[in-house]
Design a binder for this molecule. Structure first.
Ligand code: UDP
Length: 320
C-alpha cells in the first residue's frame, strides 16, 4: 500500500484529494494547522484506519511525522491560505506572514522530507503567479505581471518562491518533483465564509441577501469543478512526463463576474439585489488558463460544465 502525505489536507482542495487517495487505496497522512482549513472537512475520514491527521504548521520543523522508518511515496504540498478577500477572516490578507512561510519555509521542509524519503513531490502553485496578466489565455511560458509589494504579493510571491525552490531541488538534487498552477476551483466543501466569489454569491443568493460585485464585474475568471481538479492533480503526480515541469490546471470556460452573478441568481431562484462595491486592490482583470499542455501531457481536460457544477454546489450549500 502506498502512502501519500497531503499538506493542507483539511482545506477545500486538500480534503477532496485525501478522500480520493483513500478511495484509490492509499494510506493518507493529512497535515494541517487548521488556520484556514477545518477538521469538519475530514471528519468522515477520521474514522478510516488508513487516514492519519496531524495538526501541524508545515513551516515549523516537522517533528512528529513521519517516524524514521515509515515510508512516504507521495507528497502533495497544498497548505496555504488561498482567499484574497480581506473581509474573510480566512484570507491570506489576514495571514500574510503565515502565507509567505507556508510557501517558502513550508515548501523547503517538505522538499527536504521528499529528498529523505525519495518521495515524489507535487507543489500546488496558483494562477496568481501570473498576477494581473497582460496576455490571455495564460500559458505556462508566460512570466506574469505581479506587483511585488502589493497586498496580494504575500500569496503571489509566496507561490513564485515555492515554484523556484521546487525547481532548485529538481536541478540540484534531481528530485522527482512537479508543479501545478491551479486556477479558480469551486464545489462542495468550500468554506461558507471563505470570501471566494462562488461561495459568496451562492450564499448571498440562497439567503436573498445583496449579491456583492467588487468593481464593475467586467473582470473575468474561469471556474473549474473540484472533481475535475482532483483528477488533474492526481494525473500530474502520476504521469512521468510532468516530472521537473509545470502545468496549468483549470477550466478555460471564461466568464465575467457579472455573468456569474446573473447565472447564480437565476439558478438559485433568488430575489437578491445586485450591488457594486469597491474593487479589490490589484484584482486581476482577466484569467483564463491555456490547458494545451495539460491536454497533451496528462490527457486531461475538465469534464463538468459551469452550470452542472454550480447545481451541485448550490445543492451543497442549501443542505448545510
Ligand atoms: N468577487 C466579487 N464579489 C465577492 C467576492 C469576489 O465580485 O463577493 C470578485 C473578486 O473581486 C474577483 C473575482 O470575484 O474579481 C474572483 O474572486 P475570488 O476571491 O473568488 O478569487 P481570485 O480569483 O481573485 O483569487
Amino acid at each position: 500500500m502506498q502512502t501519500a502525505l497531503v499538506s493542507g489536507g483539511a482545506g477545500f482542495i486538500g480534503s477532496h484529494l485525501c478522500k480520493r487517495l483513500l478511495q484509490d487505496g492509499c494510506k493518507v497522512i493529512c497535515v494541517d494547522n487548521l488556520i484556514t482549513g477545518s477538521k469538519e472537512n475530514v471528519k468522515d475520514l477520521l474514522l478510516i484506519p488508513q487516514f492519519k491527521f496531524i495538526e501541524q504548521d508545515i513551516a515549523k520543523p516537522i517533528r512528529q511525522l513521519p517516524d524514521q522508518k515509515s515510508k512516504v511515496d507521495y507528497i502533495f504540498h497544498l497548505a496555504s491560505p488561498a482567499s484574497p478577500n480581506k473581509k474573510s477572516r480566512r484570507s491570506y490578507i489576514n495571514y500574510p506572514i503565515e502565507t509567505l512561510l507556508a510557501n517558502s519555509v513550508g515548501t523547503y521542509n517538505l522538499l527536504e522530507l521528499a529528498k529523505k524519503k525519495s518521495a515524489r513531490f507535487l507543489y500546488a502553485s496558483s494562477s496568481e503567479v501570473y498576477g494581473d496578466p497582460a496576455i490571455s489565455p495564460q500559458k505556462e511560458e508566460y512570466f506574469g505581471n505581479v506587483n511585488p509589494v502589493g497586498v496580494r504579493s504575500v500569496y503571489d510571491e509566496g507561490k513564485r518562491f515555492g515554484e523556484a525552490i521546487t525547481m532548485a531541488y529538481v536541478r540540484k538534487h534531481n528530485l522527482d518533483a512537479r508543479i501545478v498552477r491551479i486556477f479558480n476551483t469551486y464545489g462542495p466543501q468550500m468554506q461558507r465564509d471563505d470570501g471566494r466569489v462562488v461561495s459568496n454569491f451562492i450564499n448571498q443568493a440562497i439567503a436573498n441577501e445583496q449579491i456583492t460585485i467588487y468593481g464593475d464585474g467586467k473582470q473575468t475568471r474561469s471556474f473549474c469543478y473540484i472533481d475535475d481538479m482532483i483528477e488533474g492533480i492526481l494525473k500530474a503526480m502520476l504521469i512521468e512526463k510532468v516530472r521537473g515541469g509545470v502545468v496549468n490546471l483549470g477550466n478555460p470556460d471564461e466568464r465575467t463576474i457579472l455573468e456569474l452573478t446573473i447565472l447564480i441568481k437565476k439558478m438559485a431562484n433568488s430575489q437578491s439585489k445586485i450591488v457594486h462595491e469597491e474593487a479589490s486592490e490589484d484584482d486581476p482583470k482577466r484569467r483564463k488558463p491555456d490547458i494545451t499542455k495539460a491536454k497533451r501531457i496528462l490527457g486531461w481536460e475538465p469534464k463538468l460544465g459551469l452550470e452542472e457544477g454550480l447545481t451541485k454546489t448550490i445543492q451543497y450549500f442549501q443542505s448545510i
